[in-house]
Design a protein around this ligand. Structure first.
Ligand code: 6PG
Length: 477
């Protein structure tokens, strides 16, 4: 016998997961390179102490686990994961399971899975979303890796996951790094959702000149409609908050420089690598970069004064902004799901997009009511772009006029709305059967002899009339 699972890395997320698992009746060994951390998790465990076993050394940690051993790592992404794997490896036996539950880059997870598989260890990359509270009370869990290993650990993950109705928000999505890819795209979509909400808040407060409290009430109202989601809900609370130190509205004392740990950026990079259009997510990442350059923005304001004119109520209404947000959200999720699909194709994974939408329905940061309809649309038309499914196509045809109105008003008033504009640009391109890329192809051929395809003949490598001209010029030179 022995304990069911061991957890290495007892920061906020690791500690909270340990308590969650112990609470569900599993026996958990906990170890951290800093022994104080194991003791403080134990000290906070109350009635769960009988299931929680802090261990002082790595060898005792390994000895405390039943076979096949299950070890879950919750350490920062990158080199710290490799460092722990190097420490662990000599202690493990063939068939043991190692789970990386951090926000690792899925390419790293693919490599680690291959290396560990070669020596008979079963490796899993598991995306866990929901922050500290989620880890403690019920996260969404996107598992990737060895399917047998998943069957072995499934009872633990299903027990600790958030629930939507009776269903646990936890599932195996594919092999190797599939879970971490899905988690990265979750975070990319999280960036886009946050950006779209921030842009809407700019239109409310700077455009329509609503106060913070009134804007908070608008978000609260939206949270009772189609936009119902965790991020809208917390935004409504944030807008009503006061800074305890100064008594000012909290938002007035928070510096406007967005930080990031990297997962949203990885999503945008992956979209570029795979050639998947994901402009709303990229716009959200880009905005964070520019926001984090306050000196440039300050200088810009000095040089190009006059930004942010007020919008008039006739230009747009609160209902227009709500509808524009709905359209932006549908388009950014369309891009995110397409990215998951194409990354899955590229890696040979069979990811069920409807199941991903269901995992995200509760526990994670992007949980929202709209994910219900997304799960149905993706299940009903597999392989079809989300926004072209009957339901969302209808939603978009209703909301795009408002998005267009909001974009026009934002542009006229000089309010930056990059994610909303990226969504509109994507929509307009994606429904143009003959676009302006013929000009690009002609230019490429003109300066680089790259050739083009013709509308009236099959085949590639056709040249424009300038091909002869260029030969002549070169010949006489
Ligand atoms: C989650 C969050 C979580 C975390 C991000 C924040 O799903 O629980 O996405 O992973 O809050 O790391 O990301 P940034 O620091 O990049 O904004």
């Amino acid at each position: 016998r022995g304990n069911d699972i061991g957890i290495i890395g007892l920061g906020t997320m690791g500690g909270s997961l340990a308590l969650n698992i112990a609470e569900k009746g599993f026996l958990v060994s906990i170890w951290d390179q800093n022994p104080d951390k194991a003791m403080s998790v134990y000290a906070s465990a109350g009635a769960m102490r009988k299931s929680l076993h802090p261990v002082q050394t790595l060898s005792n940690f390994i000895l405390s686990l039943r076979s096949p051993r299950t070890v879950l790592l919750m350490v920062p992404a990158g080199e710290p994961v490799d460092a722990v794997l190097r420490l662990l490896q000599p202690h493990l036996d063939v068939g043991d399971i190692v789970i990386d539950a951090g926000n690792s880059n899925f390419h790293d997870t693919n490599c680690r899975a291959e290396t560990l598989d070669a020596i008979g260890l079963r490796y899993m990359g598991v995306g866990v979303s929901g922050g500290e509270a989620g880890a403690r009370r019920g996260p969404a869990i996107m598992a990737g890796g060895d399917l047998d290993a998943w069957e072995h650990v499934k009872p633990i993950f299903e027990a600790i996951a958030a629930r939507y109705g009776a269903l646990p928000c936890a599932a195996h999505v594919g092999n190797d790094g599939a879970g971490h890819l899905v988690k990265a795209v979750h975070n990319g979509i999280e960036y886009a959702d946050m950006q779209l909400i921030a842009e809407a808040s700019g239109l409310l407060t700077r455009g329509l000149k609503l106060g913070y409290r009134a804007s908070g009430a608008v978000f609260e109202d939206w949270n009772n409609g189609p936009l119902q989601s965790y991020l809208i809900e917390i935004t409504s609370k944030i807008f009503k908050e006061t800074d305890p130190e100064t008594g000012k509205p909290l938002l007035d004392v928070i510096l406007d420089c967005a930080e990031q740990k990297g997962t949203g950026r990885w999503t945008a990079i992956e979209a570029l690598n795979l050639g998947v259009p994901a402009g709303v997510i990229s716009a959200a990442v880009d905005f964070r970069f520019l926001s984090a350059r306050p000196a440039e923005r300050k200088d810009g304001q000095f040089v190009f004064s006059g930004s942010g004119a007020q919008l008039c109520a006739e230009d747009l209404s609160i209902a227009d902004i709500e509808a524009a947000l709905i359209a932006g959200k549908i388009i950014s999720y369309t891009q995110g799901f397409q990215l998951i699909q194409e990354a899955a194709d590229d890696n040979g994974w069979d990811i069920d997009l409807a199941s991903v939408a269901r995992i995200w329905r509760n526990g994670c940061i992007i949980r929202s009511a709209m994910l219900d309809e997304m799960a149905s649309a993706l299940a009903g038309a597999p392989g079809k772009s989300l926004m072209r499914s009957a339901y969302f196509a209808q939603q978009l045809s209703q909301t795009i006029p408002n998005l267009r109105k909001v974009a026009r008003a934002g542009i006229q008033a000089g309010q930056p709305i990059p994610a909303l504009m990226a969504a509109l640009a994507y929509f307009d391109t994606a429904r143009t059967s003959r676009c302006t890329a013929n000009v690009i192809q002609a230019q490429r051929d003109y300066f680089g002899a790259h050739g083009f395809m013709r509308t009236d003949q099959p085949g590639t490598g056709f040249r424009g009339p300038w091909a002869h001209e260029k030969t002549r010029v070169l010949a006489t030179a």
